[in-house]
Design a protein around this ligand. Sequence first.
Ligand code: ADP
Length: 482
Amino acid sequence: MRSPSGTARRLILAFAVLLAVFGVSSYFALASLRDVQGGLSRMKEREEGVRLALELASAVRDQYAHQAHTIILGNASHLPYYTEAERHVLDLAAQVRARVGAADERAWVAEIERSTAELDRIFRERILPAVLRRDEPEIMAAHARAQVVVSQIQELTARLVDRFESSMGDIQSQVRAVHQAAFRWTLFFLAGAPLLAAGIGFSIYRSVARPVARLSEGAARLAAGDLEARIAIDSPDEFGALARQFDAMTRSIKDHQERLVQSEKLAGIGRLAAGVAHEINNPLAVILGYVKILRRKSDGALAEDLGIIEDEAVRAQEIVEGLLDLSRPLAAAPEPVDLRALCDEAVARLADGGRLAGATVEVSGAGGVEGHPQKLRQVVLNLVKNGAEAAGPGGRVEVRVSQAPQGGAALEVSDSGAGLPAEAAGRLFEPFFTTKPGGTGLGLAVSLGIVQAHGGAVEVASPAGGGARFTIRLPASPPGRV
Ligand code: ADP
């Protein structure tokens, strides 16, 4: 069985806490009830003890009354009543004995029983024979002793009654204390339970309901097309993981969409370029040809004006070339390309054309892939030209070629220029984005198109030491050719 998730564990814990509090309070209430009930039944016992002790005192007086009657009547006619009264006393004494607990109480009852036996002995062995003999002095002496014994028994029963009554008071105050404690705890639980439930409810809201609401809000924003939607949940549980996955998904949709827009843009421009470029290229070539001839034939201000026309026509031709590059598919069959040789050649061509802006270019390393040499040369030309323009006179451009250990190759072009301009962020590869007065803004867009058509990728960085660094990563061969 799978172990419960973090949220499930929290829910189980919350319910377990509630259940534990409920259990403890119920146990406490039941225990208090049991204590109160125990106290009440002990009280009843003691009450019964008081009643029995009082009845015993009265029974002893009754027994003594029958002895007195025998003396007054001077015969044994009261003997059966006396015997009955004596049995009653013994019976009550036994009942009292069954209800006492403490050692001194037990000693008092034993004393009562001893005294009762002595009272009986005095009557049967001294008073009754003396009455029948009419021995007055003995009757007086035995009667006096019997009176002493009776008062002893009375005194002991009074002591027992006192003890029973005082312990009843104790039990009563114990019961009252238990009752009050139970009342206070019940009040505490009654007030604490809603607070605890509110706390647990709030924690469930925070850990379950709120993240769910945020996820649903983020999904709604995404559904409405907002690709900037992010879900602010950084908890380490599954909601946090879900939010991170959601954010990653949104980012990847956004990237994908941007790439789609870019390639749609390129495709649109390509289609337009394909239609227009052919038409414009020829007239431009004718214009350039005539302007060059005219310039040679003229001098002074006219030659300068014709020079401007020539420069602008060259620029227009570059734009048309760039547009054609964007639209032209790769040649059908790729071939092995020596990237090092290709870089050397591109740099030499730029140097020959005086397009290195006074910067020095250094090429190092080696590597090769399968691809389209003319197109890849175009990429190197664009990147080195950009680097040289950024580095300026006296600046440096480094081109490093390397073979990737797992196949494919990398080409790194870095320069000592001022680095990427702030406004270029996110727009470098946009067609027609340029910060140069005479720029076309097509070089990087064309390069990216070529690299992607080779199945490669372009990375841009602004290294800590300054300048810009463009890295081209190419697979061993273009997609479709493994
Ligand atoms: P262009 O060179 O005609 O402007 P690109 O597409 O080649 O067109 O370059 C677009 C823009 O990218 C440049 O205008 C420049 O702002 C920026 N850029 C390209 N390469 C570099 C670099 N090496 N250093 C600084 N900025 C660069």
